[in-house]
Design a protein around this ligand. Sequence first.
Ligand code: NAD
Ligand code: IPM
Ligand code: MN
Length: 357
Amino acid sequence: MKICLLPGDGIGVEIVDAAVEVLDAAAKKYGFEIEYDKQLIGGCAIDATGVPLPEATIASAKAADAVLLGAVGGPKWDNVAPDIRPEKGLLGIRKALGLYCNLRPMTVSKFTAHLSPLKTERAEGADLLIVRELTGGIYFGEHNEAHLNADGVEEASDVELYTRPEVERIARFAFEAAKKRRGKVTSVDKANVLGSSRMWRKIVAEMQAKDYPEVELNNFYVDNCAMQLVLNPKQFDVILTNNIFGDILSDEASTIAGSIGLLPSASLGDGTGMYEPIHGSAPDIAGQGIANPLATILSVAMMLRYSLNQNEAADAMEAAVDAVMEQGYRTPDLYAEGLKKVSTSEIGHLVAQELLK
Ligand code: NAD
Ligand code: IPM
Ligand code: MN
């Protein structure tokens, strides 16, 4: 199996190193071979080539069985031209690979429930899946950077646009996922204000009535959803939403689990899938060896399941993460008294050893 590795910037490098050690352990244990092709994306690609997404990176990703990405961006590149920002590299590869569906599962385990900012009994047992549309909406609509308009007033704009086929294909993913889970989809929009949301809500309702009568569907406005997530996260099964609302709600959901360093994701479409933690390059802790690599390791487990057809190895990897948590090892983001504080590479190594047992 060919894996395209895109560590990117900041903690991306450290967490991908840790995840590779765990993937190598899985390959050894379950008898498959991995060939890595490491490529540049984001700020490091700008420094080396002048652009955040070199052609070689796209070619490597397309030729691979799966892509593993760390994170991109950082203060060093905050003032580069908008069209070559590091984040443009990430958006560009999502688009180039046609990755319209981003799955972001959030579960609260008994090992971290007490670290949730929510009361333990509210958080523990929460188990939801955010199905985020990833190649449309305001991220990809027409952008007009700040300029002076005809009246000499400075203005800027970004367009939120969805087509029916874009909504249908992501909604189908959410309904199918719900059928394999607890049979409930909550579609999140802002249909009280936005035309794009009114169309979204109409299409989702039509599809439920026609093709998924067995799936329960409810609709929340995004502001209410943000509130409901912290009020009662256990009410959610599958959350279906657009690109920008999914971005925001997944960071909010992650903290319920105890740390953003725990949330993995899979970006899927018609070709090669890409796997990445939901968090960013964390410039505030980069280079210190203290970032939590478990989100990246759990993203590798999703890769084994969705792209590499190694379900047994995926289950074992998730179980190995749980076992290490059970033994009390924690990176600083999840540390509390009485536990054992370890570094990024140490926890990666512990998970790899557990997997090899
Ligand atoms: P961030 O997710 O990088 O960090 C937010 C906070 O969470 C920070 O305090 C950070 O230390 C902490 N954190 C994040 N991941 C962690 C981990 N694995 N372990 C422990 N703590 C962790 O978000 P930000 O600070 O808003 O953004 C920083 C840069 O990352 C920006 O350039 C942004 O555009 C980029 N970004 C990239 C991605 C991506 O590549 N997928 C995602 C989000 C943000
Ligand atoms: C994420 C990130 C990206 C997004 C940025 C870095 C473009 O926040 O993957 O959640 O908004 O999709
Ligand atoms: Mn985000």
